[in-house]
Every structure is written in structure tokens, then in C-alpha cells.
Write a protein of this length. Structure first.
Length: 175
């Protein structure tokens, strides 16, 4: 317990949170983002095994995730870095009002992942706090939306802490 508290304190003081245009990322940074996305894909594969369903095809790399999606008018990446190493990634996309289910300017947090070695240390909270402040100050967005797997209890707790509430429930069955 003491070791994790020391790690938490030292990690949080050295973690930098920044928002960037995805086109500005270097190939090394894209590679680090791909590494985090692969961690996310592994957790989805575990869920597919639990539900005994054919695995859902998930976007396999950073470039596909950032540029894929209908009517995206603005996109950015939020990066959490520690000693020039990316330990957290969040992809932020804005849509045109006609694409938003609320018919107003909305944004989607399409990928949120923290490196397995740095989870439960407040990195996700810092990224979420950062993006909410950034959007309120700089973007014409009324709502932030995201999707989360029902088995991701840590993610759900984080999103609830930042004011996200369930508005729909997706369900699936094997035929």
C-alpha cells in the first residue's frame, strides 16, 4: 500500500496532460498510441470470450480510430505522458449537429485508455478533468458522449465521477 501511494504521488506530479492535433504526432508517438490501443483490444477479446460471442471487429490502430467516423468536423488527441512516454490516450471527436442524436453540437470520446502499469493512479481522472475544462473553454460543444462496456466497472465509476450518466443500453445475443 505504501509503495503504491509513493508511486501515485511521484507519477501524478510528473505526468503531463496535453491536447494535440493528431496530424502533429510523430511516428514514435503513433507507435506508443498503437501499443495502448492493443491493450484495449485485449480487454475486448476477454469480454468476447466471457459472452461466448464472435469477437467484434475493433479498429486495430491509431490512424484508423482517429480518422474513421462519419461527419467528424474536429478531432484531437489527449495524451498523458511520463518522461516522454505516452501512458494515456483519449480521442476526442466533434460531429456536425445533424449527426448528433441531440441535434446540437456534441463530441464523442471515442477511445480512452491508460497503460495497464499506470491504472488506478489517477491518470484517467486527470485526462477526464483536462478534456472537460478544455471543451468548456475552447469548443462550441454542449454535450460530451462516450461508450463503455458494461463489464468495465472502473471506467463506469470514473465516468460517473465526472458527471456522465447512462442514456441508453446496448444489448447483444448470439444466434
Amino acid at each position: 500500500m505504501i509503495l503504491s501511494k509513493i508511486l501515485l504521488e511521484s507519477t501524478n506530479s510528473n505526468v503531463q496532460i496535453d491536447i494535440r492535433d493528431p496530424k502533429s504526432l510523430t511516428s514514435k508517438e503513433i507507435s506508443q498510441c498503437d501499443y495502448l490501443i492493443n491493450q484495449l483490444r485485449k480487454s475486448h477479446k476477454q469480454y468476447d470470450k466471457i459472452t461466448n460471442l464472435t469477437p467484434i471487429k475493433h479498429d486495430s490502430d491509431f490512424k484508423t480510430r482517429i480518422y474513421k467516423g462519419p461527419k467528424t468536423v474536429f478531432s484531437r488527441v489527449v495524451l498523458a505522458t511520463l518522461d516522454d512516454h505516452i501512458i494515456g490516450l483519449m480521442i476526442y471527436k466533434e460531429f456536425t449537429p445533424d449527426y448528433s442524436p441531440y441535434k446540437e453540437s456534441a463530441a464523442w470520446l471515442s477511445t480512452i485508455v491508460v497503460d495497464e502499469k499506470f491504472r488506478k493512479l489517477g491518470v484517467g481522472s486527470r485526462m477526464m478533468s483536462f478534456i472537460k475544462q478544455y471543451v468548456k473553454k475552447n469548443r462550441p460543444v454542449i454535450r460530451l458522449m462516450l461508450g463503455v462496456a458494461c463489464h468495465n466497472t472502473a471506467g463506469i465509476a470514473l465516468y460517473n465521477k465526472f458527471g456522465f450518466v447512462p442514456v441508453t443500453q446496448g444489448m447483444v445475443c448470439k444466434l
